[in-house]
Ligand binder design. Structure first.
Ligand code: NAD
Ligand code: UGA
Length: 441
């Protein structure tokens, strides 16, 4: 029986390994983590992350061929294939601070693999890493002095939160990069054999290591660039009377452009887009390509501009001050169908409202942020509020009883739709003053 171990039981490691276990009953999968509480949650009925369909997959294979454990060393030692899916956040200190990826967790995982291994292994980069990371990892692994052979593969993950299970079941592609030596090709084949249990062969792409590593950063940069492009257009729409939804639709029907990922918003959030673009910018700078770095930097600048523009609109509309006013925020996650609030635009928007104390906490706790209270219900949140801001596109916000909300709000009652989900005409009919990103005022 092939044994897989995944280091890192997070948003990627957990769902990815659960799907491998489900689709490959002949493979034993162990997901390990240094976080005792996270592993305890994976072993409980209350999984540590919310992801549609995940509970069901975990229930089917946990205890059968899927195990969650804190015994990192034992499972790494026993595995044939070791995935590394640890976090790779932006460095906060030292060389490259604010841009470069912090590979501390990755390096310590690699050192541990080198220390505990007693047999040859394939080590798979699942985390998003700077191009050429495999070279550094190889050095750490091959200098173990024990004669054990490691093959490094790059197998970046393209799932999006909220649709992780769907994305893993039917990926657009699986990308595997490896060395162009016979041993490298053999390792690629071994990983291909795992995915081939459910992914059609023509969707499993193989490349060299550097192309696979860079493709991941490139894909996220392209995706984020689309959002910044449509958000930049949304500002021009507001200035001219065009409607960004109509513009996106018209643009997206061109088959060369395509309709997806053209929703104007308060700005993109999440743990990866900004981090990965900053990382790309840093790599370009290090490679003497300042023009290329500057090009990608603009994607983040427009995203910051869009969040700032939204807040300015709120404050300006409400007679230039929000002091002593109640603002209801509907939605705090960075997108719908996830409980993840990492780098959510809601934090930036709320901080720009200029409270006495900035909001640092994720998730927020009402006791520590005096001016903020957290409630479960949109009706409770909007009661006696002067304005409401929609910051996450949860389906339930589309179908609220807006008449009831209007009746219970202070007048004039304002709606600021940062996700373009409300029916503007209907809300105006009720009596709201409505601002919806990229739509005529
Ligand atoms: P996460 O923070 O949810 O999970 C990482 C886990 O690794 C944590 O639970 C942490 O405790 C554990 N860990 C760190 N160092 C460890 C060590 N030495 N030994 C054992 N466990 C260790 O992160 P995530 O969102 O799953 O992201 C992981 C990687 O995947 C990142 O590089 C990210 O860029 C990439 N990625 C994320 C997504 C996403 O949707 N979140 C999608 C594609 C790629
Ligand atoms: C993104 C990519 O879509 C994944 O392919 C990638 O694997 C992942 O990053 C990663 O590397 O972490 P994710 O951040 O989970 O996935 O979610 P997205 O659906 O991409 O949304 C990101 C942000 O963009 C959200 O805040 C979302 O609301 C926003 N967005 C998305 C828009 O504002 N408009 C759109 O049209 C689409």
């Amino acid at each position: 029986m092939v044994k897989i171990c995944c280091i890192g039981a997070g948003y990627v490691g957990g769902p990815t390994m659960a799907v491998i276990a489900l689709k490959c009953p002949s493979i034993e999968v162990a997901v390990v983590d240094i976080s005792v509480s996270r592993i305890a949650a994976w072993n409980s009925d209350q999984l540590p992350i919310y992801e549609p369909g995940l509970d069901d997959v975990v229930k089917q294979c946990r205890g059968r061929n899927l195990f969650f454990s804190t015994d990192v060393e034992k499972h790494v030692c026993e595995a044939d294939i070791v995935f590394v899916s640890v976090n790779t956040p932006t460095k906060t200190r030292g060389l490259g601070a604010g841009k470069a990826a912090d590979l501390t967790y990755w390096e310590s995982a690699a050192r541990m693999i080198a220390d505990v291994s007693k047999s040859d292994k394939i080590v798979v980069e699942k985390s998003t890493v700077p191009v050429k990371t495999a070279e550094a990892i190889e050095k750490i692994l091959t200098h173990n002095g024990k004669g054990i052979k490691f093959q490094i593969l790059s197998n970046p993950e393209f799932l999006a939160e909220g649709t992780a299970i769907e994305d893993l079941f039917k990926p657009d592609r699986v990308l595997i990069g490896g060395r162009e030596t016979p041993e490298g090709q053999k390792a690629i084949q071994a990983l291909k054999d795992v995915y081939a249990h459910w992914v059609p062969e023509d969707r499993i792409l193989t490349t060299n290591l550097w192309s696979a590593e860079l493709s991941k950063l490139a894909a996220n940069a392209f995706l984020a660039q689309r959002i910044s492009s449509v958000n930049a257009m949304s500002a021009l729409c507001e200035a001219t009377g065009a409607n960004v939804k109509q513009v996106s639709f018209a643009v997206g029907t061109d088959s060369r452009i395509g309709p997806k990922f053209l929703n104007a918003s308060v700005g993109f959030g999440g743990s990866c887009f900004q981090k990965d673009i900053l990382n790309l910018v840093y790599i370009c700078e290090c490679n003497g390509l300042p023009e290329v770095a500057e090009y990608w930097k603009q994607v983040i600048k427009i995203n910051d501009y869009q969040k700032g523009r939204f807040v300015n609109r709120v404050v300006a509309s409400m007679f230039n001050t929000v002091a002593n006013k109640k603002i209801a925020i509907l939605g705090f996650a960075f997108k719908k169908d996830t409980g993840d609030t990492r780098e959510t635009p809601a934090i930036d928007v709320m901080n720009k409202f200029d409270w006495d104390h900035p909001i640092h906490l994720q998730p927020m706790s009402p006791s520590t942020v005096k001016q903020v209270s957290v409630v479960w219900d949109a009706y409770a949140a909007t009661k006696d509020a002067h304005g409401l801001c929609i910051l996450t596109e949860w389906d339930e916000f589309r179908n609220l009883d807006y008449q009831k909300i209007f009746d219970n709000m202070q007048k004039p009652a304002f709606v600021f739709d940062g996700r373009n989900i409300v029916d503007v005409d209907k809300l105006r009919e009720i009596g709201f003053i409505v601002y919806s990103i990229g739509k005529p005022l």
